[in-house]
Design a protein around this ligand. Structure first.
Ligand code: SF4
Length: 300
């Protein structure tokens, strides 16, 4: 299906400046819960056992209907662990009724015969693997590597499209090539490397911030592999996309993300103010938002 999003050019006559603006974001990332069965060392949302369950189903569906009315193309249900939401299937169905593509980001460790069918409803499943066994378990703070790899295979066998996510920080940056080989072996649809940003629990580990020079080396390595093997592998460097993505917290605060948590801005709350109005705030960098998603197409 082809969906169209309204974009327009704003001309400020006083300043003689043109601005590209979108009526609404192309994609929204929603931490539908910050409850999680794991307690990863660098978790960006500080999720864990004590997290917030999130909105009641009826209100969550109203939020999704609102996103649908605005023509949002894609909704990423993240967390926390989305499988802890009893209504995940209903929320995915609601997004589908609104013609919104869905992504579910899961650590997979709660996978069972029932909820695998819920995952099958989504358009893409994102799963993090942050290194070989020892490194993955170190970041997860639990011995879950084998379970995760087995569950990736099961999710794939169930017919889901899978993207591997790898969070890259100083202590695991030497495993980028190994991780690319793993995603090839697993035969997943795509692989996204995300450069560490000191947010959530990551705030306590500034020593894990990778120098820009090193980030460039990782970028080159990934590009080489992508071209050589004609694979869908990308790098997400927060520094390139500051204040361009739309993040919703469990209770629907709208966050424009900076590199450091202190630079992130709460721009509003969509239970109080429509998202198009919140997104029109100058804090959001609309051209970069467009570029972020167009780039995926340009680079495959
Ligand atoms: S990184 Fe993911 S799996 Fe780990 S605690 Fe955070 S939400 Fe849970």
């Amino acid at each position: 299906m082809i969906k169209k999003t309204e974009a327009y050019i704003e001309y400020d006559t006083e300043a003689d400046v043109y601005k590209l603006r979108l009526r609404a974001p192309l994609s929204v990332c929603w931490q539908i819960t910050t409850k999680c069965n794991l307690n990863c060392k660098y978790c960006l949302s500080s999720s864990g056992n004590d997290g917030i369950y999130g909105l009641d189903t009826d209100i969550a569906k109203k939020v999704i209907n609102h996103l649908g009315e605005l023509g949002i193309n894609r909704l990423d249900f993240t967390g926390g662990e989305p499988l802890l939401r009893k209504d995940l299937g209903e929320l995915i169905d609601c997004a589908k009724e609104n013609n919104i593509s869905t992504i579910v980001t899961t650590n997979t460790t709660l996978l069972n015969d029932q909820n695998i069918n819920i995952l099958r409803k989504a358009d893409l499943i994102q799963i993090s693997v942050d290194g070989p066994r020892e490194m993955h378990n170190y970041q997860r703070q639990r011995d879950v590597y084998d379970l995760t790899i087995n569950n990736i295979k099961k999710i794939k066998e169930a017919g889901c499209k899978v993207r591997l996510n790898s969070f890259i920080f100083n202590s695991n940056k030497q495993y980028v090539e190994e991780l690319m080989n793993l995603s090839k072996e697993l035969g997943v649809f795509s692989h996204l490397f995300i450069i560490f940003t000191p947010q959530g629990r990551g705030k306590d580990y500034p020593n894990e911030i990778i120098e820009q020079e090193e980030v460039e080396k990782i970028k080159t390595l990934i590009e080489r592999k992508r071209n050589e093997e004609n694979r869908n592998i990308r790098l997400y460097d927060y520094n390139e996309y500051l204040h361009s993505c739309v993040l919703l917290t469990p209770m629907c605060d709208v966050i424009s993300q900076g590199f450091y948590e202190e630079d992130s801005v709460k721009v509003g709350n969509i239970l109080e103010t429509p998202l198009d109005e919140v997104f029109s705030n100058d804090v959001f960098d609309h051209p970069t938002h467009v570029f972020h998603y167009l780039q995926r197409r340009l680079k495959k």
